[in-house]
Write a protein that binds this ligand. Structure first.
Ligand SMILES: [Zn+2]
Ligand SMILES: [Zn+2]
Length: 352
């Protein structure tokens, strides 16, 4: 989804700084070398017998870009290895969901603005406190700058003690009391909306071994109210409107849903009660609840880029057979945009 911004307009956008689950998963040098070799082999093949085989095409400055564009994205880019961190863009002050390892790079970007001068105000919402959602906080540079204010929001009672634990010797050399920024804590009530900088945030419960709260983030745009549904981490054991009860409000008619797909459908069977879901469950949910676009994330740290790409293909097959079954039953399913999220993805929901 993309839009053209005219002067004075802002974008309600969602940016994904970390889409991996459980633990940061950098590629090893061996994997990178293998990837480079496969790519160069493919280029050599194209140069000899494929679309780049004429001299003119190879002399073009665009030859390399053209070639990269035609590679499957697991090979040309991969999915990334940073853990959960999502930024809601559009407000004056940055709003963030979770402090996984992806928040380190976000911190570097924020340091180029008011946070670098000790004049920054940051709003950080926590779904829960598993390591992969808080591990980046000690590497989020704005917390060390005197004058910055960090507002922390969560449904859980013990949010302040969870944050303090992270900045404690012998686990980290800088103590909580030594941090330059001032922290303020805001306890959220389940399913009760709060207004923040023109956006509305509502926490809804997810299905996870420790209490975990997703967020529905909404705001008015030039084309009506738009909604982002953050649904990670969740096993999505409750999927029917009856089972979900009030928590159906997280999903219903969302313009963009961020859904836990750590496992493939067969893997779910051997990971019951691990707290993570699979893409086909999200597809069914999206088609039933009027979701416009769904992004699958919290990729398994053990999964290679190629394996995640295979899961994408399985999801496409599932959707195709699901549509065929519906057609055969005389039903037409709504359209649905979907993909597996990559670190750095950014989706614009509307202008305001
Ligand atoms: Zn997680
Ligand atoms: Zn978790």
């Amino acid at each position: 989804m993309s839009s053209t911004v005219t002067s004075g307009q802002r974008e309600f956008a969602v940016r994904f700084w970390g889409t991996r689950g459980s633990i940061p998963s950098p590629k090893t040098p061996q994997v990178l070398r293998e990837r480079l070799k496969e790519t160069l082999e493919a280029f050599r093949h194209e140069a000899v017998s494929g679309s780049l085989s004429t001299d003119k095409a190879l002399q073009s400055e665009k030859a390399v870009e053209t070639f990269l564009e035609q590679l499957p994205h697991w090979q040309s880019q991969g999915y990334g290895g940073d853990t959960s961190c999502v930024q809601i863009e559009g407000a004056d002050e940055p709003m963030i969901i979770d402090a996984g390892s992806g928040i380190r790079r976000l911190g570097e970007e924020l340091m180029r603005g008011p946070c670098g001068k000790g004049q920054g105000v940051v709003h950080l919402f926590f779904t829960h406190f598993h390591w992969d959602h808080i591990i980046g906080l000690p590497f989020f540079t704005p917390v060390f700058i005197r004058g910055n204010q960090i507002h922390i929001y969560a449904v859980q009672d013990d949010v302040e003690s969870c944050v303090r634990q992270v900045f404690r010797k012998p686990f980290f050399p800088v103590g909580y009391e030594e941090l330059g920024a001032k922290f303020q804590y805001h306890k959220l009530a389940p399913r009760k909306p709060i207004g923040l900088q023109g956006f509305t945030w509502t926490p809804y419960q997810l299905d996870h071994p420790d209490p975990c709260w997703g967020f529905r983030v909404e705001r008015e745009t030039a084309k009506g109210k738009k909604a982002y549904a953050h649904c990670v981490d969740s096993e999505a054991t409750r999927v029917s409107p009856v089972d979900l009860g009030e928590d159906i409000g997280l999903y219903r008619d969302a313009d963009l849903c961020y859904f836990d797909a750590q496992y493939t459908a067969p893997e779910i069977l051997t990971h019951l009660n691990w707290g993570h879901s699979a893409a086909p469950i999200g597809i069914e949910m999206a088609l039933r609840e009027g979701i416009q676009q769904i992004l699958f994330a919290h990729h398994d740290p053990a999964a290679s880029d190629q394996k995640i790409f295979e899961a994408e293909k399985q999801t496409a097959d599932f959707l195709e057979s699901y549509r065929t079954a519906a057609r055969n039953g005389g039903r037409t399913l709504p359209g649905l945009q979907w993909s597996f999220a990559r670190d750095g993805d950014r989706v614009v929901l509307g202008l305001f």
